[in-house]
Structures are given as C-alpha cells and as structure tokens.
Design a protein around this ligand. Structure first.
Ligand code: AKG
Ligand code: FE2
Length: 312
C-alpha cells in the first residue's frame, strides 16, 4: 500500500540490522508524530482520510512531509474535523504547498483575496463547480491543488466527486496513447464564465465576473505529473474547447471519448462532507464535481488554491 512517509511501511527502505535497531528503540519525537497519523484509503484507486492532523496548529516538517506524501500517493486527502480553522491557518497550510492563487473571475473573501467563499444559499438553484473539471486549467499555469474547508453543510447531499485522470490514461490503448502524446488542447474560461456559462450563473451569492473574452492557453493532452512523473489525461469538459489545430466540430468526438473514459466509476471517489472537514485534491491529475442535490439548504465552503506550474 502506498503509505509513503506515514507509519511503519516507511521503514521498508531500511535494511537488515539497522531496521531492527530502529524498531527496537524508536527515538522519541520521530516515532510519535508518525505513529499519531493514520491514513485510511477511501477506495482502491483514489482518495484517503488522514486522521491525527490538526490544522489549527502549524504542522511540524515531518508531519507536513507525511501529509504531502499522502497527497501525492492518494491525490485526494480528507482531514476531518478541522473545526475553527481560521482563514489565516487555512492559508498557512496551503502555503506549505506553494504560492496562493487569486481567482481572476471570482471575488475572494473580504480581507483574504486568496480565499474563495463557495456558497449556495437556500433559495439558489445553481452551484459552483457543478460539472466535471480541473480547477484553473484555463490559466497558463493552472492550479496545483485546491484546499476546501466545509463551514456549513446541508443535512444531506452536497458531496464532491473525484476522478483519477492517471487511471483514465492507463486505460487508453497504446495506439491512442501514442497519438495523444503529440497533441495539445486549447483551454479557456470563456465558456464557463461567458454570458451563458454555468459558473457565471452562480453570481447571485458569489461575486463572479463574466469573461467571454478570456484568453486561451494550450496544454498537452497527456500531462506528466511534475512530482511523481506519472502520466495522466489533462482535458476537461468545463475548460477544454478543442484540440490545437482542430476545429471544435472535429475535436468533439475524440474529446467526448476521452471525457467518458475520464469519469468512469471505477476510478472515482466521493467525499461526504461534515462541517469542519478539509479536503485537498491534486488538480494536475484529478477531476472533481460538486453535486447539486440539496436545494432548500445552505452550503458554505471556503477554498484556498495553490499555484501550479506550466503543464508538460
Ligand atoms: O463545492 C465543492 O464541493 C467543490 C466546488 C469546486 O469546484 C471547487 O471548489 O473547486
Ligand atoms: Fe473546482
């Protein structure tokens, strides 16, 4: 099991008598933090709950290394019960992964422009993120990850779905993999944030600007993860308009084929939220989808978005 830096499997790289010495006499301050963190996979493919982490305190370097490794291994990590985590603590945790993004089209929280308040009021019908996507793929340097904190959740519904794009890529035939390897696709916010776009429609409770003329950027259709080296599909229905050099009409059948593969149930997981929970996902290799099945109830989440690099 890819437990990375967490718990006893980490010792597997230490061989022979040295491993025995360490197991016999664990030095304090090394053993305790690792053993207090427990990782529970959510499915066979994707996602894990991490227990024993308190984000209202600054993480030690070793705890952060363990969380970071779990993030790379599981791509979606859920840290339950982070009650009372303040906006500053939220940003401080996010900054351990990189610099923070300020969304170009959605206004941030008062006093904290790096945090998005994702709110659906009782009387609203549209939600934010209610379709499969990878955050900010419409930027030249799309987001590395997003960290969502649940402040108020409906009594039922409002789950978030995730789909593993590296597992999807692994299901593509060698012949099509070869074709895709040389292709790039055009991404833009113009559809989602255009006049008729879904994200533009949530402007009632979230201050979003329409962006029909948003710039277009090309990204490889197959992205190599900059930290793990694994390949994954990197196109999504919300922001990918067409393949570079192809018309929209020509692109449609192959994009639809890939999108169907990308959302196959076998490599998805689902996070059922409780107030206080924090979930972080890796936008470089995961899609997500916020379900909109709780009309008549309020849901309030807060997101920090970590900047990423240019896909290659
Ligand atoms: O509200 C959610 O569950 C996720 C919304 C979303 O797409 C996002 O925060 O990036
Ligand atoms: Fe999103």
């Amino acid at each position: 099991m890819p437990l990375g830096a967490c718990g006893p499997p980490r010792l597997s790289h230490i061989s022979g008598s040295r491993a025995n010495d360490i197991l016999a006499l664990p030095p304090r301050g090394w053993f305790t933090p690792l053993m207090s963190m427990n990782i529970q996979p959510l499915t066979g493919t994707l996602g894990a709950e991490i227990h024993g982490v308190d984000l209202t305190n600054e993480l030690s370097n070793s705890d952060f290394a363990a969380v970071h490794q779990a993030f790379l291994d599981f791509k979606v990590i859920v840290l339950r019960g982070q009650h009372g985590m303040t906006p500053d603590q939220h940003k401080a945790f996010a900054r351990r992964f990189g610099t923070l993004n300020i969304h170009p089209y959605v206004k941030g929280m008062d006093g904290h422009p790096e945090l998005l308040e994702i709110i659906k009021e009782k009387d609203e019908k549209t939600n934010f993120g209610g379709g499969w996507h990878s955050d900010m793929s419409f930027l030249e340097e799309p987001a590395l990850g997003s960290i969502l904190h649940a402040l108020e959740v409906p009594p039922y519904g409002g789950d978030t779905l995730f789909a593993d794009q590296q597992a999807a890529y692994d299901r593509v035939s060698p012949g099509l993999q070869k074709t895709l390897a040389g292709m790039t696709a055009v991404h833009s916010a113009s559809k989602e944030y255009g006049a008729d776009g879904y994200s533009a429609a949530v402007r009632q409770s979230m201050d979003a600007t329409a962006a029909p003329d948003a710039p277009e950027y090309e990204h490889p259709v197959v992205r190599t993860h900059p930290e793990t080296g694994r390949k994954g599909l990197y196109v999504n229905p919300a922001f990918t308009l067409r393949f570079a050099g192809w018309s929209r009409k020509e692109s449609r059948p192959l994009l639809d084929y890939l999108f169907n593969l990308s959302r196959e149930e076998r490599h998805t997981c689902r996070v059922r939220w409780q107030a206080g929970d924090v979930t972080m996902w890796d936008n470089r290799c995961v899609w997500h989808y916020a379900l909109n099945d709780y009309h008549g109830h309020r849901r309030h989440m807060r997101r920090a978005t970590v900047d990423g690099d240019r896909p290659h």
